[in-house]
Design a protein around this ligand. Sequence first.
Ligand SMILES: *[C@@H]1O[C@H](CO)[C@@H](O)[C@H](O)[C@H]1NC(C)=O
Ligand SMILES: *[C@@H]1O[C@H](CO)[C@@H](O)[C@H](O)[C@H]1NC(C)=O
Ligand SMILES: *[C@@H]1O[C@H](CO)[C@@H](O)[C@H](O)[C@H]1NC(C)=O
Ligand SMILES: *[C@@H]1O[C@H](CO)[C@@H](O)[C@H](O)[C@H]1NC(C)=O
Ligand SMILES: *[C@@H]1O[C@H](CO)[C@@H](O)[C@H](O)[C@H]1NC(C)=O
Ligand SMILES: *[C@@H]1O[C@H](CO)[C@@H](O)[C@H](O)[C@H]1NC(C)=O
Length: 771
Amino acid sequence: MEQKNTFLTLLMLVLFSFLQTPGFATTKASRESSYVVYLGAHSPNTMDDEAVLVSHHQLLTSILKSKDKAKDAIFYSYTKHINGFAANLDENEANEILKHPSVVSVFPNRGHKLHTTRSWEFLGLEKDGRVLAESLWSKTKFGEDTIIGNLDTGVWPESESFKDEGIGPVPSKWKGICQNDKDKRFTCSRKLIGARYFNKGYRAVVGNQRSISDSPRDTEGHGTHTLSTAGGSFVANASIFGYGTGTTKGGSPRARVAAYKVCWPPFHGGECFDADILAAFDMAIHDGVDVLSLSLGGYATDYFNDGLAIGSFHAMQKGISVICSAGNSGPTPASVSNTAPWILTVGASTMDREFPAYVSFSDNQIKGQSLSSLGLTHKHYAMISSIEAKAANSSAHDAQLCYLNSLDPDKVKGKIVVCLRGINARVEKGEAVHLAGGAGMVLANDKSTGDEIIADAHVLPATHISYSDGVYLFTYLNSTKSPLGYITLPKTKIDTSPAPVMAAFSSQGPNSINPEILKPDITAPGVSILAAYSTASSPTGLSFDARRTPFNVESGTSMSCPHISGVVGLLTTLHPTWSPAMIKSAIMTTARIRDNKEKVIKNSSMYDATPFNYGAGHVMPNHAMDPGLVYDITPSDYLDFLCALGYNSTRMRAFNNESHSCPLKPMELENLNYPSISIPNLFGSKTVTRTVTNVGPPGKYIAVVYAPRGVSVTVKPAVLEFEKFGELKKFKVTIKVIQEEVQYDAYVFGRLIWSDGMHHVRSPLVVKAKY
Ligand SMILES: *[C@@H]1O[C@H](CO)[C@@H](O)[C@H](O)[C@H]1NC(C)=O
Ligand SMILES: *[C@@H]1O[C@H](CO)[C@@H](O)[C@H](O)[C@H]1NC(C)=O
Ligand SMILES: *[C@@H]1O[C@H](CO)[C@@H](O)[C@H](O)[C@H]1NC(C)=O
Ligand SMILES: *[C@@H]1O[C@H](CO)[C@@H](O)[C@H](O)[C@H]1NC(C)=O
Ligand SMILES: *[C@@H]1O[C@H](CO)[C@@H](O)[C@H](O)[C@H]1NC(C)=O
Ligand SMILES: *[C@@H]1O[C@H](CO)[C@@H](O)[C@H](O)[C@H]1NC(C)=O
């Protein structure tokens, strides 16, 4: 559906499951469009910025046969860590460049989408507002001095979450800047230590069709929300309309944060463009960040044609952890994005807090959730199904989903309207009812969203109910001539169960690029998350909503991703020498697959969820401090992995400053030393190898296997004895089809656990047998 209002579209993307539509940005009138030309790493005897610039101009001049034309065409030169440039070219020129020996890849400047606190107590870092003595927070002084960067819509610097009270001087290694050349009112601090904006790639695609400002200021809210979730300071008495009141803070409350604004108002389905994303990665690596958080992504694609995969690869090589959202395209299978193995990919689930608002009718009370700031004034409102309230010039489909202007004011006036969830933004449905003169709204799930209920800051009294409750309510509406009902004002309720439950919108595996790498990697809270917000925008993101709140509740894998970024920040403080792969391993192998009722985590239809929903499970920050063993992966291992994917030596040499040569016999993709094991094509039997590093005391680990249905699993050796810290041990896992039990072409799931009695190092096993 084409949206007119840009904020509205944005909100839809953040808060909603959406279909995967390619965001190729070839919408300019001429044949010319913008491309990224990727040249790999800078050569070891790296030249200065100016010399790199000249080399880019020379390369393009050799293709375009004109110095001036080449100069005009290039709008970014990546000169720091990533070698390459972005330029306006036509298709033939782009194809010509690809033939040049020093070019790794050339790809369109594609648009990515944003994937749009109590949560820390739920994660065990505090109890009743007090920090637990043995928690990861106490052990790391709240992530002191780790630097977390965020590629997003920028930041609202005035937010209390970025005040620098009690925080020491800016770390001396920091080389970033506060880019307020065109916006003097934007200031940084000892907390928000840097901010930059990147919009040349956006402008190359959009031209003058949208006016945007040259400032890192967040006028939208998304970037402020995600950055404060990862590293916001303590702010007492934060709430939205008095709901969810408490002290809000990020995962690493003492970390320093930096904002890289790469996302702008949506244009033809894209809002954060590859050319800008790469420029931001290049600068962030140069500036000295320790952790990079990206709550955005496009559809999964070949790694060398994806700015996010390339940028994160260079960051990883410099020891920077990159954490990305899995996407909001669930529950569709194979919808997960950001699938490169060097990225930590995060799904979204609920926590044990609800905002119950009941709808009562006849003798029934149905529990829904809401963050409406308004209540109803009496207890007997006429109720109507939105389809019955269809405007004469609208369709039943539009009315059922409560599109703006689809409802007849004469039929709606003063009533509670029951709308169906789907397609347009949930809060927009409320606005449609409100504009038509309705008194309240009940938002009922469709079948695909099942029991997933999201509390939104609706503009009128409203509540959101499950699919089965919706069917019940519609039956009541059908059963009587004049249905009457009432919606209660929301309350804040904690310690609810079961929790976590997977969000239906959370994108799912298998990994469509490399099914040998399980994705997502992990899940974290991403439903109804309270965090700082931009007061340039309304809590619903709708332009006609005049309300302003310094904090807002949002949902999406955009919100779960920075939870993990915060935890990674803490682990980086605690273990400064660990590689990104070791930190990721610690987070994955200590995750839990059980909820707070000790049952397997459910999906939103209340069936058992699988590793395709939650990866290794739900994050357990305190356990991640001390994982016992880790699965490490070096940059050179990843390069061998890329060789095995078929990138030939020529490309690999360019990619990695000429120092890496592919092994003669390509590695098997399943043998990348990943903390999970995925075998998408099991013919008879297969053996994979792994190596674990002891990061705990000496000890004897025993393998425990929960074999997937229809296969047998043997681990050799089945006991690993470590005599000292840092020791490496190799083992083999053989998975074999059991002829009489196996079901072909269906994924089955199990687990491998190494245990010394104290540590439980868990890895998901994912297998599909082929005939
Ligand atoms: C070249 O690659 C190696 C291996 O990945 C890396 O250690 C080194 O820092 C790189 N050199 C440059 C100049 O980027
Ligand atoms: C907390 O915030 C609420 C509403 O924003 C306000 O009414 C109340 O006075 C505040 N309480 C404290 C202790 O600051
Ligand atoms: C239907 O007509 C009303 C009143 O003329 C107008 O405001 C509304 O935009 C129309 N709706 C649609 C979907 O065209
Ligand atoms: C209610 O009635 C409408 C129209 O008559 C029908 O399409 C719908 O399926 C009914 N809903 C339920 C839950 O019975
Ligand atoms: C939950 O799992 C069941 C059983 O695998 C499946 O049929 C259903 O579609 C899943 N629901 C969601 C929302 O993922
Ligand atoms: C490597 O691949 C590129 C394009 O895929 C091709 O042009 C080149 O000839 C290949 N080089 C070798 C040595 O195979």
